[in-house]
Design a protein around this ligand. Structure first.
Ligand code: HEM
Length: 536
């Protein structure tokens, strides 16, 4: 139950008729008092003034005044659904236990409940879902080992590789702090100085930058994690969601504009309606696995999240599938208050040394303590479905004491000999990576900012390249010439044809703009001449 209506203490225990004129269906306030008049405030005479002891009104309006919580600082616009993950028990042809002891993947056919939230990134909470923007793809698995969150996007890579750049990047992508208008010049100003973003920009300005809806898109964990087996041995792993029967579909800018003219919530509506009519979307979860070392044979760093792992060397190994089959009953309780984070791993999983991953891991739970509140993990959508037994207590909106039944409730500390909670058994050998290096601030060695961007460009179909160039030209044409030049330089480094076509497009756009200006000026001049002639 995700709405919490059947949680202890929150149920409605009134009898069918209570003798006070109140029935099971009738309205009460939050103190359980029957509401007998919900149309009129209490006043002196029917024309007012109102009185301050009007508890029922004050309770109602003051709750209303607090209905909003801060929206997510990124990914504010989203839609969610419940479903399940079913494991194949294997990673490709190998038993999955060779790589990980995470129970969610063991025992072919086993189902684990999930909650998924899809989102756009830069727009505010009710912004149009046709935006050219990566799509968030966050999955919470309520596993028997506790919760596991896989917080990813649809484009498999990211703009930056160092978490210290994230607030700047988001500032550049969000609206201007003075005008409150989003401005591509600010975004390209940042990107032109961040060449690691070129591959992501290439995807984003192609049709892949506007998925048709949330069902018909891929997902990916993007950052690199580790899988740890019973012996404490680790491999590097990347996760990918591939849509099954519903396939992949993207929109051209023109198609997106047409939808946006009529509907700014088309993706939320599409997901909700598909699930309501029983057309449940499904994705296969695939992993790419790499041995846990630096891989000097590769021309990029495997922990660099601006890079794809080539599938010929690191094939997609299917490990299970996910089905979304239930809509939320309350958008706010389940979707708005849902809290995902990259730190939420289960036994058999670990963090890689990917520095973005560590930066993200601090940020998610930090923002959620502020956005949702200190006890956000007690909310039904965020709480694990297994037993929780901590010695943590209190804080705003503490909803229950998560102590183990039968244990001494006076002992909210550990260690203790007075029948308090004890530490768990270690479920397998610990993975203990060894570190010996200088503590420094430095970029990574194998940056290779352009190689994969060029490959991505060449792998597109010609119509996708045409869309890419036209979308880039229209966004860049409103940018400062220095930014345009820098971007052309980057595109040329990725692929000569790519740079050339953007440069030509910008030249043409400039000529057209100058022409339009000339026509505009000459029409003003002729109007003025006509006016002067009339006056004479
Ligand atoms: C949401 C931080 C990179 C995917 C968020 C939120 C923060 C954040 C603060 C809001 C969370 C909330 O209010 O509950 C960061 C930082 C990053 C980073 C600091 C880099 C250092 C990424 C990357 C991806 C990603 C690389 C994709 C793989 C998401 C998704 C959400 C999100 C999907 C929305 C989760 C939801 O639906 O509630 N991020 N992020 N982020 N981020 Fe990131």
């Amino acid at each position: 139950d995700f709405t919490g209506t059947s949680a202890e203490g929150a149920g409605n225990s009134h009898d069918e008729r209570t003798g006070t004129g109140e029935s099971m269906e009738s309205l009460t306030n939050r103190q359980g008092h029957p509401v007998v008049d919900n149309q009129n405030v209490r006043t002196v005479g029917n024309r007012g003034p109102t009185t301050l002891e009007n508890y029922n009104f004050i309770e109602k309006i003051s709750h209303f005044d607090r209905e909003r919580i801060p929206e997510r600082v990124v990914h504010a616009r989203g839609a969610g659904a419940h479903g399940y993950f079913e494991t194949y028990g294997k990673a490709g042809d190998e038993p999955v236990s060779k790589y990980t002891r995470a129970k969610v993947f063991h025992d072919a056919g086993k189902q684990t409940p999930v909650f998924v939230r899809f989102s756009t990134v830069a727009g505010a909470k009710e912004s149009p879902e046709t935006a050219r923007d990566p799509r968030g793809f966050a999955v919470k698995f309520y596993t028997e080992d506790g919760n596991w969150d896989l917080v990813g996007n649809n484009l498999k890579i990211f703009f930056i590789r160092d978490p210290i750049k994230f607030p700047d990047m988001i500032h550049a992508f969000k609206p201007d702090p003075v005008t409150n208008v989003q401005n591509p010049e600010r975004m390209f100003d940042f990107v032109s100085q961040s060449p690691e973003a070129i591959q992501m920009i290439t995807f984003l300005f192609s049709p892949w930058g506007i998925p048709a809806n949330y069902r018909q898109m891929q997902g990916s964990g993007v950052n690199t994690y580790k899988w740890v087996n019973q012996e404490g041995e680790a491999v590097l792993v990347k996760y990918h969601w591939e849509p099954l029967k519903q396939g992949i579909r993207n929109l051209t800018q023109k198609e997106a504009d047409e939808i946006q003219g009529k509907n700014t919530s088309h993706a939320t509506q599409d997901l909700y309606e598909a699930i309501e009519r029983g057309d449940y979307p499904e994705w296969e979860l695939c992993v790419q696995i790499m041995s846990d070392d630096e891989h000097p044979e590769l021309d990029f760093d495997p922990l660099d999240d601006t890079k794809l792992w080539p599938t010929d060397k690191f094939p997609f190994l299917p490990v299970g599938k996910m089905v979304l089959n239930k809509n939320p009953e309350n958008y706010f309780a389940e979707v708005e208050q849902a809290a995902f984070g990259t730190g939420v791993l289960v036994d058999g999983m670990d963090f890689s040394d990917d520095k973005m991953l560590q930066g993200r891991t601090f940020s998610y739970s930090d923002t959620q303590r502020y956005r949702v509140g200190a006890n956000y993990l007690q909310l039904p959508v965020n709480a694990p479905k297994k037993r929780v037994a901590t010695n943590q207590r209190d804080g705003q909106s503490a909803y229950y004491v998560d102590h183990a039944p039968g244990r001494n409730p006076h002992v909210n500390y550990e260690p203790s000999v007075l029948d308090g909670l004890k530490e768990s058994e270690r479920p397998g050998k610990e993975h203990q990576p060894h570190y010996n290096d200088r503590l420094i601030r430095e970029p990574i060695d194998r940056q290779n900012n352009y190689g994969q961007a060029g490959e991505t460009y060449r792998n597109f179909e010609e119509w996708e390249r045409e869309e890419l160039i036209s979308n880039l030209v229209s966004a860049l044409s409103v940018s400062h010439p220095t930014i345009q030049e820098k971007m052309i330089e980057h595109f040329t480094q990725a692929d000569e044809d790519y740079g050339k076509r953007v440069a030509e497009g910008l030249e043409k756009a400039k000529a057209e703009m100058e022409n339009e200006e000339k026509e505009h000026t000459s029409s003003i001049e002729s109007e003025r001449a006509m006016y002067n002639a009339q006056r004479k």
